[in-house]
Design a protein around this ligand. Structure first.
Ligand code: HEC
Ligand code: HEC
Length: 294
């Protein structure tokens, strides 16, 4: 059944909040097969249809893809850009402390094998990455824990623990400004497709999919927030609403909650598949970690 914008607005108005709803414009048919408009026809947002886009935003726009940075308020962007003001840099500093901390039965720190953390420059752009020895893709988080367990003989860090967030932020920050360029061949294809199916699947009491907010309404207001295209290049992100830093998986959990749908465990294959699909979909956007969002 095609979902008209009126229906979406009525649903959102009833349970969530108010989209700006100018009229009964018919939004696209949902379904696993439909390509994301981010890949297909460029979506022109009213807010960004201005004759001249601010030159400072240019690095955050790749074809029809727009980073969440573009939708953020100027003061939020300014906070992200300033290393002193950006609260996410406190996690980068914590990560630096952990990098040289000796732990585990092998008596090693990350630095014992990898040297200075700058050796990680450019590494994060190819994550999630296929790891043949594990016969699965690994996120940066999982690779860190792989090294802790296999190389250091230390305990893995829990998902969303301050340590894993700090180390992930530190490692991704070493690739700040570089375009996401995950491999999309071989067994990764299957994971991209799996994530895509999840992205377009209607879920929860609102019977909505990710597409209904992030492909059909970017640039529009949902309560106090401006919907973006749901790109992943800024994670882990400092979210003012959380008063803290959070992983992509935590963001996905929040979105499923907004859909009044059941969530998956952080680090689950479902979230990894979504992460892989979204990384492929946002290919070319620069890594912004640590980004700041409302
Ligand atoms: C005993 C040596 C050793 C220690 C200690 C170690 N690693 Fe590693 N690490 C490796 C090796 C070897 C590889 C590459 C092969 C692999 O992935 O197994 C690697 C790969 C990585 C990669 C992926 C780099 C790429 O090219 O994709 C990251 C990220 C990483 N380690 C982070 C860490 C962090 C963070 C720590 C500390 C918590 C750590 N490592 C501790 C040996 C180590
Ligand atoms: C009811 C509307 C709604 C639905 C449906 C929804 N989200 Fe979101 N999502 C939001 C809001 C609001 C935000 C915060 C503002 C923004 O960046 O869009 C957000 C943010 C995000 C972000 C962070 C973007 C950034 O730059 O920080 C990602 C990634 C994301 N969503 C992915 C998803 C995925 C994947 C799904 C489906 C599982 C989904 N969302 C479903 C409302 C929604």
């Amino acid at each position: 059944m095609p979902m008209s914008r009126g229906v979406l607005c009525a649903l959102a108005g009833f349970v969530l909040a108010v989209f700006s709803c100018p009229g009964p414009v018919v939004a696209g048919e949902s379904g696993v097969a439909s390509p994301s408009p981010v890949d297909a026809a460029p979506h022109i947002d009213a807010a960004l249809a201005a004759p001249r886009i601010d030159a400072a935003l240019a690095p955050y726009i790749v074809g029809a893809k727009r980073s969440g940075y573009v939708y953020a308020l100027p003061e939020t962007r300014a906070m992200q850009d300033d290393e002193i003001m950006n609260p996410g840099f406190a996690w980068v500093e914590r990560g630096r402390g952990l990098w040289t901390e000796v732990e585990g039965a092998n008596g090693k720190s990350c630095a014992s094998c990898h040297g200075p953390v700058e050796s990680m420059a450019g590494k994060a752009v190819s994550y999630p990455k296929w790891k043949a020895s594990m016969n699965r893709p690994v996120t940066v988080e999982r690779q860190i824990n792989f090294c802790r367990v296999a190389a250091m003989k230390a305990e893995p860090w829990e998902h969303e623990s301050p340590q894993l967030l700090a180390m992930t932020t530190l490692i991704k920050q070493q690739s700040r400004g570089l375009p996401m360029s995950m491999a999309d061949d071989g067994p990764m294809r299957e994971w991209i497709d799996r994530g895509k199916a999840l992205y377009f699947a209607r879920r929860g009491q609102l019977d909505m999919s990710c597409k209904h907010c992030h492909d059909d309404h970017p640039g529009e207001k949902l309560r106090a927030e401006t919907l973006s295209q749901a790109h992943v290049n800024g994670f882990p992100t400092y979210r003012l609403g959380w008063q803290g830093l959070g992983s992509l998986h935590r963001r996905l959990e929040t979105c499923y909650e907004q859909m009044r749908a059941e969530t998956y465990p952080l680090g689950s294959d479902e979230y990894v598949a979504l992460e892989i699909f979204l990384t492929d979909r946002g290919r070319g956007l620069p890594i912004e970690t640590p980004s700041v969002r409302r």
